[in-house]
Design a protein around this ligand. Structure first.
Ligand code: COA
Length: 427
């Protein structure tokens, strides 16, 4: 996924792995030889249902799956004219949407017989059958023995971006992956793509045992390895319905024990004031709305607690908004700092296995990666001042450990000047 140069030793290993797994892949190609349109009738966790079954029991009606109307296919270089045209379309799409990726690398992978691509196709009669009928595609390489696949490229035509095709592509691919026995998708995402992959359920935490992918997939500098577990019994094209069905089930279960729809309280009069003066009076201004709501007859009996109500009041929302604002402001500052050339010594924690006496001299180490994690976590920094203190500690640690003539010391001096310009109000 990244344009950066691959680490050479890993490359050799992975080329060896390529050769080793070629036989497996060939047998896989023959099993999937038609490699064209995915059958639209997929096994789904929602069985096809009518209003009654053969025992005259009423069954819920399963709504039509909108994904079944999306023209899509799995394409592979099987030499057929139709697939070659589609692969040309995919190659052009990836080359255009991933301009930093070397073109020959794209061509090599897209046309490689061990790689497959899922393509979403246009319904427009003008484009049908041509290489410009591709709306979006994901090129991946399955490792059948190890039950995972590596996503190499993923892109949506510029004219169709931000319309949901990126999500649809991934959901279709996940649904298809189950039929290939794939448990995990792995990808290397550059900084720009991380957000998209996160939204598609990918995480930077890799849970797939390393033994399954070690030596098989290529490592990229400057990109983050991300993983997505594919649950075999989830139809990813029906997530909204699945959540709605679970919600309906939970509500139905609640109704069997809840009295809230059986006890009816009279309407509150115009001059109604909370009875429970103790609760009401003891509440701060910010909690007033929640406390008033708590005092409404029936709320307590229905199982609500002040905490539940507080979470949904304006005060809580305001505080969340403020926290989010501070978080993005602090993240912006740290990322801008990381981008400065002189911050290279501060980007990661000092390797104390290498610099053995570091902790004897520096009692409170800190670095930009740790600071970023703290900001991401949310509750660490309550103000800009607190961030400034940590950043300045980095400068002081560096000056304390290193000799004044060292390049590290020079970086600390430059960073200090930079921080002065970033936080003029704190000088
Ligand atoms: N960073 C953060 N979030 C992103 C994003 C990005 N680069 N691209 C999309 N998203 C978010 C969208 O906001 C949307 O969020 P929502 O569900 O909360 O609304 C969600 O991801 C899906 O958006 P969708 O409209 O389905 O995506 P898309 O059709 O625009 O396709 C890409 C997304 C990344 C495939 C498309 O933008 C693209 O082709 N980009 C160029 C190639 C590329 O960078 N590929 C990824 C690495 S190989």
């Amino acid at each position: 996924m990244s344009t950066d140069i691959r680490k050479s030793s890993k490359k050799r290993k992975s080329e060896q792995a390529d050769q080793d797994s070629e036989t497996d892949q060939k047998s896989s190609s023959s099993r999937n030889s038609s490699s064209s349109t995915i059958p639209t009738e997929k096994p789904t966790p929602f069985p096809n249902a009518s209003t009654t079954d053969k025992n005259s029991r009423t069954l819920p009606i399963i709504p039509e799956n909108p994904y079944d109307h999306i023209r899509h296919c799995i394409v592979q270089n099987d030499g057929t004219h139709e697939n070659l045209i589609r692969l040309i379309g995919l190659k052009s799409l990836f080359a255009k949407q991933l301009p930093k990726m070397p073109k020959d690398y794209i061509v090599r992978l897209v046309f490689d017989r061990r790689h497959k691509s899922l393509a979403v196709l246009s319904d427009d009669a003008l484009h049908k059958g041509g290489d410009d009928e591709i709306i979006g595609g994901i090129c991946y390489r399955p490792y059948e023995e190890m039950r995972f696949a590596e996503i190499a490229f993923c892109a949506v035509n510029g004219m169709h971006q931000v319309k949901g095709y990126g999500t649809k592509l991934m959901n279709l691919l996940k649904r298809h992956a189950v039929t290939e026995g794939i448990d995990y998708f792995i990808t290397y995402a550059d900084n720009y793509a991380i957000g998209y992959f996160k939204k598609q359920g990918f995480t930077k935490v890799i849970t797939m045992p390393k033994s399954r992918y070690h030596g098989l997939i290529k490592d990229y500098d400057g990109a983050n390895m991300m993983e997505c577990y594919i649950h075999p019994s989830i139809d990813y094209t029906r997530i909204p319905e699945m959540v709605a069905a679970q919600r309906a089930f939970i509500l139905q279960q609640i109704r069997t024990v809840s009295k809230s729809d059986k006890v009816v309280y009279p309407p509150l009069g115009n001059n109604w004031k909370p009875d429970d003066s103790a609760t009401y009076a003891s509440s701060s201004r910010g909690n007033e709305a929640a406390a008033r709501a708590m005092a409404i007859p029936g709320i307590l009996e229905a199982g609500w607690a002040l905490q539940d109500l507080l979470a949904s009041t304006k005060a809580a929302k305001d505080s969340d908004r403020k926290k989010n604002h501070l978080k993005s402001e602090l993240l912006g500052i740290v990322r801008k700092t990381e981008d400065q050339q002189f911050t290279w010594p501060f980007r990661e924690p000092v390797d104390t296995a290498e610099v053995k006496d570091y902790l004897e001299i520096i009692k409170d180490p800190i670095d930009l990666a740790t600071i970023e994690k703290r900001i991401e976590k949310g509750d660490w920094y309550k103000s800009k001042q607190m961030l400034y203190t940590d950043l300045m500690r980095m400068v002081e640690n560096c000056k304390m450990y290193n000799d004044q003539t060292s390049p590290y010391y020079e970086c600390a001096v430059s960073l200090e000047k930079y921080l002065d310009s970033l936080f003029p109000e704190l000088q």
